[in-house]
Ligand binder design. Structure first.
Ligand code: GDP
Length: 435
């Protein structure tokens, strides 16, 4: 499981530039293989072969000066809860501001590693100026310039060094790991309670790879599975997380740790921005997804049919629309077994391996019926294809001129795969390679 790094600091100190710098390094690698989209606040990075996730906690706070202390406090608390290591960015040009002091005060109490990173240090003079940041009481600092990237190497070395020791091998359990995610008040806890019962059918408690992610094993309706619980979820305790950003970021660890995300949405509110962000977070991490439209008991059935509702959601899911959507009620316990069955099915779908001969037999016919369109008079030939032996479904098609196979055709191939095999709820990758 990845370490999570949070970048904190007041607005305009260069958090986003640093964030982008960390993410781009990684995206450059990822992008060449798949078409992963970028997220403003969350992404993956790597240094010296170690992959980690980065959260830019300032991503939400737009504009600048009129940021209230409360907002910054929330930002830092989020980082403290969710991250393994915190990077606190300050600006040498401005020196120590009252808001920096506020942040430092919060961070001094934290037991997690904090790296103080002084930005905009691009000459010897400023290197000297940086000394004043010892006054923040956070010990040694790192100087860098996020625009040019100078100094980031040392910062990254220290970052990797600061990661807590985690057992390299994960608990090898073949049980599916489900995470129940969604906006506050969508009914996540109600759903879990309705499904599991107050007495909680706990078989064993398995500590996950970190102190923050706990897998609890359940046995319900004949299915065995682990529910992923995280500090962020457990914390819940009526914290008012009105801002979209906070509840999305609270889901990061659970989503990364799970195989399948059960996304609970509130039927009376629809599939809103926050739900979408969580959906794309799961998709981006190549996790299976099931959408539960909860509180269906509250919806006037005359005004809205499940079909209409489903269509509306699917419009928002484009192009990844092959996702199970179920209409449930945690209150009346309507269709809870169905929801669990659908989730287990998505888990099975994600695990399935199509034998190469069967895959070729079907796909080569499909390709023959509708070959890649000729580009600049060139005819692309695909002679062979297979599913890769990867953890999540990936398919490769070998072609004489892969560069001429464009996105729409890849989507055509993906759709055909989905038509013939059940990959409902599962993101899949299609690659075209030189044969
Ligand atoms: P969470 O923040 O996502 O865990 O949401 P909760 O489980 O705490 O539920 C938020 C509120 O919605 C509570 O008042 C629940 O009683 C209510 N609620 C949850 N599920 C349903 C449902 O299916 N139908 C109705 N009518 N209310 C629900």
């Amino acid at each position: 499981m990845n370490n999570i790094v949070a970048i904190v600091g007041r607005p305009n100190v260069g958090k986003s530039t640093l964030f982008n710098r960390l993410i781009q390094r990684r995206e450059a690698i990822v992008d060449s293989v798949s078409g992963v989209t970028r997220d403003r606040n969350y992404g993956k990075s790597e240094w010296n072969g170690k992959e980690f996730s980065v959260i830019d906690t300032g991503g939400y706070v737009r504009g600048s000066d009129d940021v209230f202390e409360g907002e910054i406090r929330k930002q830092v608390e989020l980082a403290i809860d969710e991250a393994d290591v915190i990077i606190f960015v300050v600006d040498v040009e401005e020196g120590i501001t009252p808001m920096d002091e506020t942040v430092a005060k919060l961070l001094r109490k934290v037991t997690k590693p904090v790296l103080l990173a002084v930005n905009k240090v691009d000459n010897a003079m400023r290197e000297k100026d940086a000394v004043e940041f010892y006054n923040l009481g956070l010990g040694e600092y790192f100087t860098f310039a996020s625009i040019s990237g100078s100094g980031t190497g040392d910062l990254l070395d220290a970052l990797i060094e600061a990661f807590p020791d985690k057992p390299e091998v994960e608990v090898k359990e073949d049980l599916p790991r489900f995470a129940v995610v969604g906006r506050p008040n969508a009914g996540k806890s109600s759903f879990i309670n309705a499904l599991i019962g107050k007495d909680r059918y706990i078989v064993t408690d398995i500590a996950g790879t970190t102190r923050d992610a706990i897998d609890t094993k359940f046995d319900r309706f004949g299915f065995e599975f682990n529910l992923v619980d995280t500090a962020g979820i457990r914390r819940k305790a009526k914290v008012k997380e009105d801002l979209e950003f906070y509840s999305v970021m609270r889901s990061v660890r659970a989503i990364e740790h799970a195989d399948i995300c059960i996304l609970v949405i509130d039927a009376t509110r629809g599939f809103e921005g926050q739900d979408q962000s969580i959906f794309w977070l799961a998709e981006k991490n190549r996790k299976g997804v099931v959408i539960l439209v909860n509180k269906w008991d509250l919806v006037e059935k005359d005004t809205m049919s499940t079909r209409d509702y489903e269509e509306k959601i699917k419009k928002e899911l484009m192009p990844f629309t092959d996702v199970p959507i179920l209409f449930v009620s945690a209150l009346t316990k309507q269709r809870l077994l169905k929801a669990l069955e659908a989730t287990v099915q998505v888990f099975e779908n994600r695990k399935q391996r199509i034998p190469t001969s069967k895959f070729n037999e079907y796909m080569l016919k499909v390709i023959e019926a509708y070959p890649p369109p000729a580009t600049k008079g060139k005819y692309v030939k695909i002679k062979y294809c297979m599913q890769l032996p990867t953890e999540v479904p990936q398919f490769v098609f070998f072609a004489n001129m892969p560069q001429y196979v464009k996105e729409p055709y890849k989507r055509y191939l993906e759709n055909k795969i989905r038509e013939n095999w059940d990959f409902s709820g599962v993101p899949i990758d299609v690659y075209i390679r030189e044969k």
